[in-house]
Design a binder for this molecule. Structure first.
Ligand code: GDP
Ligand code: MN
Length: 382
């Protein structure tokens, strides 16, 4: 789950990271009032869950409250990289002398958090990694020991930080690391961490990604979810406890088990197709869940064929077949459907589907090939 910049900043502030003063506005009037209360030049920032807002025109400076209101009106009316702006953050404009990057991510290969610092702040870190990888100082953090002072010094020296900024940098790095750990984040990033004209550090941007699997431990953070982050289909999926990620191919996939779903997607690719989604209906899915999943898949207009790959262990194949048939009763569709059901009650499941004129398959290879053929026969992009 992604947090908005203002939410991320509020979290960082609780951990002692200095952030600019400001507030969130959903109308130009509110923006003007915040600017008036601050009583100094402000920056108006689109709150959308995407990076590169600056370049896309979603961040602008204003000298007066009136100008702040006018700029807010403009930004609130625009799309930033395809996302409509529903609110803006209005905060005191920073006097920027230089920009640093500081972030923590989970490094799966190293099985620990890695903190990264770079003197090349203000641009996307992926860009720095491509162009000047030597400018990124990485410190792997032992989760049992935590971030050590020598590691913070290593980053500070590595990015050529002025000596006077050292105490502030230690505070920011510790705060960021602790916020990352205590929120169960998968990413916590300050880009840019600014050195101001009067020689202080200030987090001008903030980004937090939370691990969805730990959200149950953080009801307060879970409540921050921006429902606009997901497509309507993804929201619907969450209400049925289905793992669903929309993609841009033409073959809708319904699978039980995340690993099997990945393998199914790989095979459709291997045979020249492209999956329209990742979908895991989970173990023991009942007919109504299957029906909901099928409605979800068919709500994507790019879908030219649906591939069911069900391994019936806890989930019974006849139960799945009945779910598919129940869902089909409720939807008008001529999208071809290919089913591979293997496991508990598979004969019964296949018989039910064959009666309903669905294409059945025994092996996954066969099912994937039939799905690719069906999708391309429909003239779709595969
Ligand atoms: P992003 O483009 O979505 O990453 O948004 P950021 O908040 O990182 O802002 C992008 C860039 O805009 C920063 O790197 C700064 O150069 C500039 N910027 C942001 N806030 C301020 C500010 O308060 N004052 C000034 N002068 N520049 C700012
Ligand atoms: Mn940024």
């Amino acid at each position: 789950m992604k947090l908005q910049e203002h939410q991320s900043k509020r979290i960082f502030a609780r951990y002692g990271v200095p952030v600019p003063e400001g507030g969130v506005a959903t109308t130009p009037q509110e923006a003007r009032e915040i600017a008036a209360r601050l009583g100094k030049p402000v920056v108006v920032k689109a709150q959308v869950l995407v990076g590169g807002r600056g370049k896309a025109g979603g961040i602008k400076l204003a000298e007066t409250p009136e100008e702040g209101g006018a700029i807010a009106a403009q930004i609130l009316g625009m799309d930033v990289r395809g996302l409509p702006v529903r609110s803006v953050l209005v905060e005191e404009a920073a006097d920027i002398a230089s920009e640093i990057y500081l972030g923590v991510v989970v490094d799966r290969a190293a099985r620990r958090p890695v903190m990264m610092a770079s003197s090349e702040g203000g641009i996307e870190i992926e860009e720095v990694a491509r162009r000047t990888p030597e400018r990124i100082i990485k410190v792997p953090v032992d989760p049992f020991l935590g971030l050590r002072d020598y590691q913070v010094r290593e980053m500070a020296y590595g990015i050529g930080l002025e000596y006077d900024l050292m105490p502030g940098f230690v505070k920011v790095a510790r705060g960021l690391y602790t916020a990352f750990v205590e929120c169960d984040a998968s990413l916590a990033e300050i880009n840019p961490l600014v050195v101001t004209g009067d020689g202080a550090l200030l987090a001008v941007d903030a980004k937090v990604l939370l691990d969805d699997n730990a959200l149950f431990r953080h009801p307060d953070l879970a409540g921050m979810r921006d429902l606009h982050e997901d497509t309507p289909a993804e929201r619907e999926a969450r209400s049925y406890d289905i793992s669903y990620v929309q993609l841009d191919g033409t073959i809708g996939c319904m699978v039980n088990g995340a690993g099997l779903a990945m393998a199914t997607m790989d095979l459709t690719k291997l045979y020249g197709g492209a999956p329209a989604n990742f979908l895991d209906i989970g173990g023991g899915a009942k007919a109504d869940t299957v029906a909901a999943a099928l409605r979800l898949i068919l709500s994507d207009k790019n879908v030219k064929a649906v591939l069911f790959n069900i391994f019936g262990g806890i989930t019974r194949c006849d139960e799945v077949a009945r779910g598919i048939l129940a869902a089909l009763e409720g939807v008008e569709t001529d999208v071809p459907m290919i089913a591979r059901l293997v496991g508990t009650n598979e004969q019964e499941g296949r018989r039910l589907l064959a009666e309903a004129k669905m294409i059945t398959a025994v092996t996954l290879e066969e099912a994937a090939q039939k799905a690719v053929a069906a999708a391309s026969a429909c003239g779709g992009r595969t």
